[in-house]
Structure formats: C-alpha cells, structure tokens
Write a protein that binds this ligand. Sequence first.
Ligand code: TRP
Length: 334
Amino acid sequence: MEDKKIIFSGVQPSGTLTFGNYLGAIKNWVELQKDYRCIYAMMDLHTITVRQTPADIRRRTLEVLALYIACGIDPEENILFIQSHNPAHAELSWVLGCYTYMGELQRMTQFKDKSSRHAENINAGLFTYPVLMAADILLYQADYVPVGKDQMQHIEICRDIAQRFNAIYGDVFKIPEGMLPKAGANIKSLQDPTKKMSKSDSNPKAYISMTDHPDVIVKKIKSAVTDSEGIIEYREDDETKAGINNLITIMSAVTKRNTDDIVADYSGKGYGDFKNDVAEAVVENIRPIQEEYDKLIADKAYLMNVCSKGADAAKRISQRTLKKVYKKVGFMVE
Ligand code: TRP
C-alpha cells in the first residue's frame, strides 16, 4: 500500500462533465486505481477566479463527485475531496507565491487567454492560479498528474517552482510528472471538430454532458458537423474529415474496436446510418453510469460523508508537507 506511487488530479466544478472528459480522462483513472494511490479533488478555490453563481458551484461540486463515483472511481480505494475543505492548499499557495516570479506567471497561456476573455475581471487570483495548482500537487508529493494537454504548462511551472524550492531548502517536494491521456480518446467538439470538446463551450450542442438525457445525446450526435463528401473514412491529417474522424474515434472508444474495423463496417453507408449507430452506442455506454449517478445524487448524506472522509485523509497527508515547508522557511512550528 505505502509504496504505491501517488496520482493527484483535480477538476473545476465550473461546468458539467462531458463525455470527452470521461473518455479522455476519468475512464482511464478507473484503471489506475489498481496500481496507484489516487487522490482526486474538486477544485472550487480555482473556480472563483472567474465570476460564478455561488449556488452553481455548490451544485456542481456534488455533481462532479457523484459522477466520479458513478464512473467507477471507488471512494473506499481512493481519496475524493473538496479543495476548500483542506486549508493547506491556500496556505502552501501563499508560501509558493513567494518563490514564483511575475514574469513566469505572465507567460502562462491560460492567463493570457482568460484575461482576454474576461477583460472586465482580470483579478490577482487568475494571475496566481498556477501557484495554487502547484500547491495542490506538491502537498501530496504526487508522482503523476493526469491532465489534458492544455494543463501541461501548469505542470511545468509546478515543477520549476518545486525545483527552485528544493534547490534552496533541500529535498522537500517530489517533482511530479504530467500524465497525458492515451492517444485515441481525444474527443473533439461536435460543432467545431477542430477544437476540443469542452464543458465551457457556449454552445451546448458542441458537447455531450454526462448527465444529458439519452434523447438529447441522440439529437446532439445527429447534428454533429461533418463534411459533404459522404465517405466514412478516418483521415487523421485531413481537416475536412475532422468531424467524421471524431465520430469514428468516439465509436472506437465506446465499442473498444479499432478504427479500421469500424470504417470497414460502414463502407458504402451514409453519415445518417453511422450517426444513428454512434448515438446508440454512446447512449448504451453512458446508461449504467447515469443510473448510478441518479442514485448517488439523490443521496446527499452519502456524498457529504465521502468528501468529509476524503478531506480528513487529504489533511493528514498534506499536513506533513506543509509542516516541513513551514519549518524550512523559518516559521515557528508548534
Ligand atoms: N487547472 C485544472 C483544469 O482546469 C484543474 C486543477 C486545479 C488541477 N488544480 C489541479 C488539475 C491540480 C491537476 C492537478 O483542468
């Protein structure tokens, strides 16, 4: 048990989880729980860097927790908790901020992106977001951090901050590595298949939410953007095929068949038939998760119990790191 490597990852409860998140990340995490000690957190502190409706954050935090469990992440085997329940994140973040340069943070693409999208609210939290994320990871001495490609820059700065701190004070932090999802499960937007399927897309037709009603899922897949060629073929480097490539990828991920076999099945068939079959396969794939989710979300007491036990475990682990850091920098540790 103790010598298992540690995995840490987190998600912001700022939108609904998509089928893309499931295929690209959560599904793999279910496999990881056998070989690693996994810690997953709902990152509510990060979420307020962009204006939110408080009731939405609260609702989505529990929704994400219920979905993780419904997807197969076992709360008895893993640690599931809510970031704001463990004050150590904010505490370590303050210290690490004093070992992070303005210039480094200014270069972050997500900061540049978000500040141009939310020009009316370029707050200091948005700027120091990567420092808090570094604290999240380093507190648990994580070996691996499964994230999407868009978060790799944050893993890099986390490593830089940790190495800088270690260079001054000795081996305090484990230097974590990013873990990209396996290729093939990179699911794109249904409306603009050159972009990733994102829960924050302003057009809900672009993504399949894990909690979408089956009828809605069918509709969304049927209205997925394709091309006018009418040939079901997987051509990776051909941007005009991005829509069809994406549907083939989805089909492959849910049926566990390779893309060549799928393409062979549909030779001479039209997009309409193919979309119907993809929709049906996705609905069948999601159905058991949704059934489990419906049960869990109706049992708030159970969910609160899971995250409260998770927070206790998280606090225990992170206190060791925080104490060490406080001692090293010269605070009077009781
Ligand atoms: N920034 C991540 C995202 O938006 C969420 C996150 C916050 C995170 N802290 C983390 C992910 C620590 C991994 C590890 O996707």
